[in-house]
Design a protein. Structure first.
Length: 389
């Protein structure tokens, strides 16, 4: 193996040195249970409170008490969907979401359907965008919740969240967004964007795995998902993971602090990568919106070959990529996101997601392109679907 290049940052990122430094004292120095009344507990709770303040500030929440720590984005999505739906079921049992949501949202909706809720799954256009007219048409008198992700985890398309939230509120409906892929990539202001509930995760922004948060606007009711204690203002049972929470607080503070510099760099890298790719490999398609997308994710479909084969050969060259989201990469089914965007199954199977991190270099991109050209030529050379020029 010549070298290693990690291009799967949408799946997870490493823990940055600044974040690690914030976490280490919580592992063996300040180790008290934050819900204990003695000084050890108070010291730990002070760290949790600091992290809560940092998360609230990063997204411009009105108060830190609108932040509830969870085990990650998946739990936050589950809690938002199930907790809000159940809390408002007396007003109606209709939910609207999109067909390209993360499975944490889609599977939560499926679970709610078994409880008697009705769910409308909005279609998207070829770029992965939700049509506002389709949303308005889907709203009913008994609609209580709309959940649309801020940024798609596979193709990077950015939704018009502010317009969607405004539409929800004009009809007296609560709005939730899965912002796991958006934090650090786009500026999120929950008050300006009129967001009622929002899911976040630490490990996408150089924080630890196993920690996330749910922003819940003051006044929004929600039923508990995890019972068993009075933690998180009696909303979520379980001893708080102080080291991870401290890391999350620091990670989101850094993501907010460095967002302009990081995104400028990633935009240059992305544009260079796409230009080189198009000039050296034929029969490829760049998926997602051509302009309204985050800079760190590039979804590419390679005709006539399988994405899994590309992934494995790139891995042998030390390059890590993904065929879809990390949560579904073990499945042989074509991406539900690409299918919803109208991409045929046989073509969708040839899709690779390249997701860049803040440390990516031009040399990394050049090496990736070099190996990708070799891999594609090799696979197309033995493909029965090879086209004649």
């Amino acid at each position: 193996m010549e070298r290693k290049v990690y291009l799967d940052n949408a799946a997870t990122t490493y823990v940055s040195s600044e974040v690690l430094a914030e976490m280490l004292p919580c592992l063996n120095g300040v180790y008290g249970n934050p819900n204990s009344l003695h000084s050890f507990g108070r010291d730990a709770m002070a760290i949790v409170d600091k992290a809560r303040d940092r998360v609230a500030k990063a997204i411009n929440a009105k108060t830190a008490n609108e932040i509830y720590f969870t085990s990650g984005g998946t739990e936050a999505d589950n809690w938002a969907l199930k907790g809000i739906a159940r809390a408002y079921s007396n007003k109606g049992k209709h939910i609207i979401t999109s067909s390209i949501e993360h499975h944490a949202v889609l599977d939560s909706c499926k679970a709610l359907e078994k409880e008697g809720f009705e769910v409308t799954y909005l279609p998207v256009d070829k770029y992965g965008m939700v049509d506002l007219a389709e949303l308005i048409h889907a709203i009913r008198k008994d609609t209580i919740l709309i959940s649309i992700m801020a940024v798609n985890n596979e193709v990077g398309t950015i939704q018009n969240i502010k317009a969607i939230a405004k539409t929800a509120h004009e009809n007296g409906i609560i709005f939730h967004t899965d912002a796991v892929q958006a934090i650090g990539a786009v500026k999120i202001n929950v008050q300006d964007m009129e967001i009622d509930a929002m899911s976040m995760s630490a490990h996408k922004i150089y924080g630890p795995k196993g920690c996330g948060a749910l922003y819940l606007k003051s006044g929004i009711r929600i039923e508990n998902l995890v019972n068993g204690g009075a933690q998180e203002r009696a909303k979520r049972g379980g001893t708080l993971n102080v080291p991870a929470i401290a890391g999350f607080g620091k990670a989101i503070e850094i993501a907010s602090r460095d967002i302009i510099a990081n995104q400028q760099k990633l935009k240059v890298i992305r544009e260079y990568f796409i230009k080189e790719l198009k000039s050296k490999i034929d029969y490829i398609h760049i998926n997602g919106h051509p302009h309204q997308k985050i800079n760190g994710t590039v979804s590419v479909t390679f005709e006539m070959i399988e994405g899994e084969s590309i992934l494995m050969l790139l891995d042998l060259a030390g390059i890590a990529v993904s065929t879809a989201s990390a949560c579904t990469s073990m499945s042989l089914e074509p991406s539900h996101v690409l299918k919803a965007m109208g991409i045929p199954d046989e073509i969708a199977h040839g899709t690779i997601r390249f997701s860049f991190g803040k440390d990516i270099s031009k040399n990394d991109v050049d090496y990736t392109i070099e190996k990708l050209v070799e891999v594609v030529e090799k696979l197309r050379g033995i493909s029965p679907l090879k086209k004649k020029k």
